[in-house]
Design a protein around this ligand. Structure first.
Ligand code: ADP
Ligand code: MG
Length: 315
């Protein structure tokens, strides 16, 4: 959607790449006292790197290749990272398209499905015609979809927990309803996040971190950017993001929320002031009252500073 107005006043808003919808936004920027920040893509770059591949048993399945085939249908940052890792491997000629079963060529995927905050599934059909059902996702999403004898065992669960406590986001890969391995991915905090959050705090806003990712990753990111441990909400399902905003509001907080993902849209709409990061999804921008064109929390602080100042000038 096209925002209905550029920031009023000096015109500096448009110069700075800040778009607002309606004058009420100016009031809202003054009222808010809490800012909920989506982690992936808002506080962190959202450009993850594949850090480790753990393959179980004597299987020679090409875990990354199969996972990437299915993830090609997803827009999630994890999906993009897995697809990019496979593309880099193919380009470098290591393993590459020399699949273990097919003898080469790009597999097709049929029956692709994506579950927000859960994972992806699809049947990977090789050039040879051989097909395998592939699932990639988090523990509580994947386990109910596995065969009874395909569940991760205690050692595999411990390995998964170890990858996570090391600060990675781990996802399971299952083939034909049996867990076949795990991929661990790593994100980095954006350069401007710590400064942006310090400025938001100086404006009287309490920062809260909200993520579907695991608690260890969330805690590491929070510590790095100056968010208090008690203000971290990890492992939150997409529908739970709205609930967190509602709970804060029920406790008396006036809530701003900054996010970029499709999953963030309902929470952006629920917040007293929804802020979309410009590099994010259209869905997020449509749900937000305020959009910063750049990709940086320092711009969110600037937007709030400028809106409050503009309101003082108008009044
Ligand atoms: P975030 O708040 O970090 O954007 P999401 O709600 O999008 O998190 O996802 C939460 C978790 O769900 C991820 O950490 C991952 O375990 C799983 N997940 C979501 N989408 C995918 C996907 N495309 N592939 C694999 N796992 C996924
Ligand atoms: Mg996100």
């Amino acid at each position: 959607a096209t925002p209905v107005g550029l920031l009023a006043g000096s015109g500096r808003g448009s110069q700075l790449g800040i778009l607002i919808r309606g004058a009420q936004v100016l009031e809202d920027t003054r009222a808010v006292d809490t800012i909920v920040l989506d982690k992936t893509g808002t506080v962190t770059s959202g450009r993850l790197a594949l850090d480790a591949v753990d393959t179980f048993g004597a299987s020679d399945l090409d875990l990354v290749r199969l996972a990437a085939a299915v993830e090609a249908g997803s827009e999630h940052p994890l999906a993009k990272a897995i697809v990019a890792a496979e593309a880099a491997r193919v380009a470098s000629g290591i393993g590459g398209t020399r699949g273990t079963h097919d003898g080469g060529g790009q597999p097709a995927v049929v029956g692709f499905q994506s579950a927000a905050g859960g994972g992806v599934e699809g049947t990977v059909v090789e050039v040879s015609g051989e097909s395998r059902e592939v699932l990639v996702g988090r523990t509580d999403w994947i386990v109910p979809r596995l065969a009874e004898d395909g569940m991760p065992d205690a050692a595999q669960l411990a390995m998964f927990a170890e990858r996570e406590s090391g600060g990675a986001t781990a996802v399971w890969v299952a083939v034909d309803r049996r867990v076949a391995g795990m991929l661990s991915l790593r994100d980095t905090v954006k350069p401007g996040s710590a400064e942006g959050i310090a400025r938001l705090k100086a404006l009287g806003l309490r920062p809260v971190l909200l993520t579907g990712d695991n608690a260890a990753v969330a805690a590491r990111v929070a510590a790095e950017v100056g968010i208090a441990a008690q203000d971290v909400h990890a492992g939150v399902r997409p529908e739970g993001k709205v609930a967190v905003v509602k709970r804060l509001q029920a406790g008396g907080a006036r809530v701003a929320m900054a996010g970029d993902g499709v999953n963030d849209a309902p929470a952006l709409a629920q917040a007293d002031l929804g802020i979309a990061m410009g590099s994010g999804t259209d869905v997020a921008r449509e749900a937000a009252e305020l959009t910063v064109m750049g990709d940086d929390l320092r711009q969110v602080a600037t937007a709030i500073e400028l809106s409050r100042r503009t309101l003082s000038i108008i009044k």
